[in-house]
Ligand binder design. Structure first.
Ligand SMILES: NC(=O)c1ccc[n+]([C@@H]2O[C@H](COP(=O)([O-])OP(=O)(O)OC[C@H]3O[C@@H](n4cnc5c(N)ncnc54)[C@H](OP(=O)(O)O)[C@@H]3O)[C@@H](O)[C@H]2O)c1
Length: 228
């Protein structure tokens, strides 16, 4: 199960895991983009269930759980859906509290709540949780206080979950800068064509998952497989 898989990193990861033989459950709010992503996976021979909705909506999270139950098992939950929050990125001095709350809802509350729902299935399969975080969780970049604080909270929630769920793998990982809509929102009007495509980091995540590396924090750049 990969949240936020209609574009960007989530879509690339979904295609990559489909190639590895995973049957997928994916979500996003925009039905047209989600269906297009699902069609691409099916055209490449993959199996995918697309569930349209917002991860902050408890009813949508329940629908995702139903889809996982219908599949019969769940091996991996990737909490990838995220939001930058306010754009252009405001200084914390000016951060509208409602936008800060919304960023925490999407980036922290929703993935923790979705994980809670999926834990029984993940425990049954000895599965794994992969939470997509950011270098902004640990570095102090001016303007990144809202997003960074939310990602830091997700990192510590992951850290504690790893200490509590010893039979699972719990990974939290920084993918690095990627050429996506979210990255463009962070740098409005700037040319971001020098950033790598999200597909470039898929081998790093495939390695993390397939080698079932120990629970912990990872950077995609450090996980890239070495060419034989
Ligand atoms: N791009 C980077 O440079 C970078 C760097 C570090 C970390 N990250 C992290 O990587 C992850 C993916 O980012 P990205 O750059 O690929 O972003 P993106 O291109 O904006 O894609 C975000 C995906 O999440 C979905 N989504 C957003 N809000 C959602 C919600 N409330 N409910 C369900 N789906 C939702 C979007 O579809 P809808 O809008 O249709 O819902 C879309 O499929 C995020 O967690 C981000 O924080 C990205």
């Amino acid at each position: 199960m990969i949240t936020g898989a209609s574009r960007g990193l989530g879509r690339a990861l979904a295609a990559g895991l489909a190639r590895e033989g995973y049957d997928l459950i994916i979500d996003a709010r925009d039905a047209t983009a989600l269906d297009a992503a699902a069609d691409r996976i099916r055209a490449a021979g993959g199996t995918v269930t697309a569930v349209v909705g917002d991860v902050t909506d408890p009813a949508h999270r329940a629908a995702l759980r139903q889809a996982a139950e219908a599949a019969g098992r769940l091996d991996l939950l990737v909490n990838n859906a995220g939001t930058l929050g306010a754009s252009p990125l405001p200084a914390l001095a000016d951060y509208p509290p409602d936008e800060l709350r919304a960023a925490f809802e999407v980036n922290v509350i929703a993935p923790v709540a979705l994980t809670q729902l999926m834990l029984p299935l993940l425990r049954a399969s000895g599965g794994a949780v992969l939470n997509i975080t950011s270098d902004a969780a640990v570095e102090a970049y001016a303007g990144w206080g809202g997003y960074g604080a939310a990602k830091a909270a997700l990192e510590q929630a992951s850290n504690v979950l790893a200490a509590e769920e010893l039979a699972l793998r719990v990974w939290w990982a920084d993918p690095g800068d990627l050429r996506t809509d979210m990255h463009q929102l962070a740098f409005p009007g700037e040319d971001i064509s020098d950033r790598p495509e999200p597909e470039s980091v898929v081998p790093a995540f495939v390695r993390l998952i397939s080698e079932r590396l120990p629970s912990g924090r990872y950077r995609a750049a450090h996980l890239m497989p070495v060419a034989p």
